[in-house]
Design a protein around this ligand. Structure first.
Ligand SMILES: [Zn+2]
Length: 345
């Protein structure tokens, strides 16, 4: 860390699993490097209250660098506290379940865990450090969820670039960002199933390493530099259906990808490739697989209304998107997914 200009003392914001897995590593490596450090036990929610607690702990320990170790919410809270104190932040994700670690934004929730706001920062983390051994020991479903989040990157980036839409930072996309998004998709298709087999054995293989890179880095750079479109808006809409709450972000995004393909009139071969991939890694392709075996009309309309709320990224699609259009696309995506499952059962 010293080579990167990161000074001690260090405050480590740690999730429970990260702490039990990594305490010994922190003790030996930070002691060896001559860094004083203290550990703040993450309170469980990336809320203003918790961020305030981290700021307090950092001030008390006179921290010069903040390290976040754990899942997405831990990293988001560490990043927010670092921004409040104008300190550098190091992210150490212990799971590859979303593309949050490399980004310059946090999702802020209430203390009860209800979505509140996005918070954007002036810069990305100073360092993102992933230990593949640690990721290999996390539940396989988390790696699959990360692939669901990463699956959307290429489709959303392509749509944003074709429509000359401004990216999440308000700038124009670049050819390199689009190339990274495409590499992300290609990596998933080629390595996804093998990486799932590796984590089911808690083994680290080259395929797993490449999927960690796709989920964490390629997807993060791709979405932040090119933009989001229908898939993520459908995810946000699905959170209006209480039955989807026990499903991960990336799982709902994966279904959102199919809805986006329907809306854009994608060719059958593209549907088939996505269905084959998602099924092979355990990602949902039907409403039933995200807890909505029954989707009453009223609920469907609520989801469609939330998906098309003003400011939602679905309006980056190159045509006018209405709640009725989205409701039909959700039903059509579900029907296509069910047909595929029947065909391949
Ligand atoms: Zn996402």
């Amino acid at each position: 860390m010293k080579g990167l200009g990161l000074d001690g003392p260090v405050l480590i914001v740690a999730g429970r699993a990260a702490k039990s897995l990594l305490s010994e590593v922190w003790r030996t490596s930070l002691d060896e490097a001559g860094y004083a450090y203290s550990v703040h036990d993450f309170g469980g929610e990336c809320s203003h209250t918790e961020i305030g607690r981290i700021v307090g702990a950092a001030r008390e320990g006179k921290a010069a660098t903040i390290v976040g170790a754990g899942g997405g919410k831990v990293l988001d809270a560490a990043r927010a506290a670092a921004a409040d104190l104008n300190l550098p932040v190091v992210n150490c994700p212990t799971v590859a379940s979303s593309d949050a670690p490399c980004s310059a934004l946090s999702v802020i929730y209430t203390d009860e865990g209800v979505f509140q706001e996005y918070r954007f920062y002036r810069k990305n983390p100073e360092l993102v450090l992933v230990d593949s051994q640690v990721v290999a020991h996390a539940p396989p479903r988390l790696l699959a969820a990360g692939m669901g989040d990463a699956l959307a990157t290429w489709f959303e980036a392509k749509t944003c670039v074709a429509g000359h839409v401004r990216n999440l930072r308000g700038g124009a996309s670049t050819r390199s960002a689009l190339a990274l998004a495409q590499l992300c998709y290609q990596t998933l298709i080629e390595d996804g199933p093998e990486a799932m087999r590796a984590v089911s054995l808690q083994a680290v293989t080259p395929a797993l390493e490449r999927i960690i890179e796709a989920n964490t880095l390629l997807s993060g750079l791709g979405f932040e530099s090119s933009g989001l479109a229908a898939a993520h808006a459908v995810h946000n809409g699905l959170t209006a259906a209480p039955a989807t709450i026990r499903f991960f972000h990336g799982e709902k995004v994966a279904f959102g990808v199919i809805v986006q393909l329907v809306l854009e009139g994608a060719p059958q071969a593209q549907f088939a490739e996505v269905f084959r991939f998602s099924s092979s890694v355990g990602l949902p392709i039907t409403l039933e697989q995200i807890g909505c075996a029954q989707m009453p009309r009223e609920m469907l309309q609520r989801v469609a209304a939330r998906t098309t709320a003003p400011g939602e990224t679905i309006h980056n699609e190159p045509f006018e998107v209405t709640p009725a259009l989205v409701a039909d696309a959700i039903l059509a995506a579900d029907a296509a997914g069910r047909a595929w499952r029947k065909l391949t059962a």
